[in-house]
Design a binder for this molecule. Structure first.
Ligand SMILES: Cc1ncc(COP(=O)(O)O)c(C=O)c1O
Length: 473
């Protein structure tokens, strides 16, 4: 680029790349170990974050250093003791793939050749990994958009033409368990069905959708001339990792001609393991699946996919003809299968991970987390200072609570404990409200996490728990 161009980099590309590479290398080394404590933001960064838009810029290497400073002062999910919410781990090949994808900046909105073939192949590979017959689908920015995409296809198959006419007074019902992710409700709202169409079905003793209650609710709806549209099974609830009984739900969906979607944004990678496969029996009968590769398939955000057994309803929901995007020989554009227009080649990082590790090692990594959750559960059970849920974890979430003798309010204590642990930073954990009871909710999805980290949850929770409840005996 000409030296006097306004966007000339100002330093050599080699210098900028070398600096970025140094920072990534330093971050990766740090991520191999837990952080001793939460960092304190520097005065220089605090001042920068209050500045108005600069008219003149700064040296690119100095700017890159500020970016590193910002990221280092943010919650980094890649650390092995980040066990809050459902984390991510930024697999190295995924990070590198993201850099390359950004450098080439291919837009897979239209057929951009090889990058689109990778997207199609990655969808097929996901299907092979899970044992699901993929006919089509799309990569999306997350479980929220995957669920929305699947339900848009479901709505169009169940009520053809609705994308143009709206629901025209038809009352539809979408059935989810009481512990389904909120994204399903939001998808139903955005699709114009109204969240009153959500039927929250009670859960059974294993926190899975209660099949009898579902049948009863469908009967009530049919009697009231409400049209059952879809069942959304959760393949790993966000709160406890419960997997709804997919086979039984597929039977009910078939009885009523309904769509069956499995929201496996978090838990579906476990369906590829021999250890957890049985929990997902009947998966191949679902019309659509959501899976977030940026959760339990380790690649950086954002990388989710919606997989369909038959791509036609997806095309019916989204395809269109525009003068600026003609169809060559009637072939659909990738944008005809999804909501988004400009879209990065998100699939590349997952494709590279499968290419580099192979399915077996990816499965092994997921299976290790099933074991870590069992370990967490047994440590909690064995220690009189902790309580667990009655059933052992189905997937990789193992809630437990600190029940310190003499502590006046155990719920308030556990809530305060999670926040105190977040401030402390050695083990980063989030709380969960389960049956109006507060738990610490460690979730294991990071390939850097090992047994010592699980044991640290107990040690650190005890140490901090005792210190914040001085009333204990
Ligand atoms: C079961 C489930 N579905 C959907 C989502 C939303 O996914 P995303 O954050 O990728 O949009 C989540 C997020 O945790 C989830 O656990």
């Amino acid at each position: 680029m000409a030296k006097d161009h306004p966007l000339d980099l100002g330093v050599t590309r080699e210098a900028a790349l070398a600096r970025a590479a140094q920072i990534v290398e330093r971050a990766w080394q740090e991520f191999d170990h837990p952080r001793p404590s939460e960092p304190q933001q520097s005065a220089e960064l605090t001042e920068l974050l209050q500045r108005a838009l600069p008219a003149a810029g700064m040296d690119a290497v100095a700017g890159i250093d500020f970016v590193a400073d910002v990221l280092d002062n943010s919650w980094a999910q890649s650390r092995p003791r980040y066990l809050a919410f459902i984390g991510a781990s930024g697999l190295e090949v995924g990070v590198l793939a993201d850099m390359l994808v950004a450098a080439y900046d291919v837009n897979v909105c239209v057929d951009s050749k090889a990058a689109n073939r990778v997207e199609e192949q990655a969808l097929r590979w996901l299907g092979e990994y899970l044992g699901y017959p993929v006919d089509g689908g799309s990569f999306t920015s997350g479980g929220q958009v995957s669920n929305l995409t699947a339900l848009a296809a479901a709505r169009e198959r169940m009520f053809p033409g609705t994308r143009r006419t709206g629901m025209n007074g038809v009352r539809a019902a979408v059935y989810v368990s009481d512990e389904a992710h909120y994204s399903v409700r939001r998808a139903v709202e955005v699709l114009g069905l109204g969240s009153d169409s959500i039927r929250s079905i009670p859960i059974d003793s294993q926190r899975r959708m209660n099949v009898d209650a579902l049948r009863e609710r469908i009967a009530v709806d049919l009697a009231a001339r409400v049209r059952p549209m879809a069942i959304v099974a959760t393949g790993g609830t966000t709160l406890t990792g419960a997997v709804d009984p997919i086979n039984a739900l597929a039977d009910i969906a078939a009885d009523h001609g309904m769509w069956l979607h499995v929201d496996g944004a978090y838990g579906l990678p476990a369906a590829g393991t021999t250890q957890a496969r049985a929990l997902f029996a009947g998966l191949e009968r679902a019309d659509s699946l959501s899976i977030d590769a940026h959760k339990w398939l380790f690649v950086p955000k954002a990388c989710s996919a919606v997989l369909m057994k038959d791509h036609t309803p997806l095309a019916r929901a989204f395809s269109h003809n525009e003068a600026y995007m003609p169809h060559e020989d009637g072939a659909l554009n990738p944008v005809d299968m999804t909501l988004e227009y400009s879209r990065p080649a998100r699939a590349v990082k997952l494709w590279l991970a499968f290419l580099v590790y192979g399915a077996d090692r990816m499965r092994e990594a997921v299976a290790q987390h099933l074991e870590l959750a069992q370990l967490m559960y047994s440590l909690g059970q064995a220690d009189p200072e902790f309580e667990t849920l009655p059933n052992s974890p189905q997937l990789s979430i193992a809630p437990l609570r600190h029940v310190l003798p003499g502590c006046p309010d155990i719920n308030a204590h556990n809530m305060a404990l999670t926040f105190a642990m977040q401030r402390d930073g050695r083990v980063f954990i989030s709380p969960g409200q389960i049956d109006a009871t507060t738990y610490l909710r460690p979730c294991f999805v990071n390939y850097r996490t090992d047994e010592s980290d699980v044991r640290a949850v107990i040690d650190v929770a005890k140490e901090i728990g005792r210190s914040i409840c001085p009333a204990h005996e």
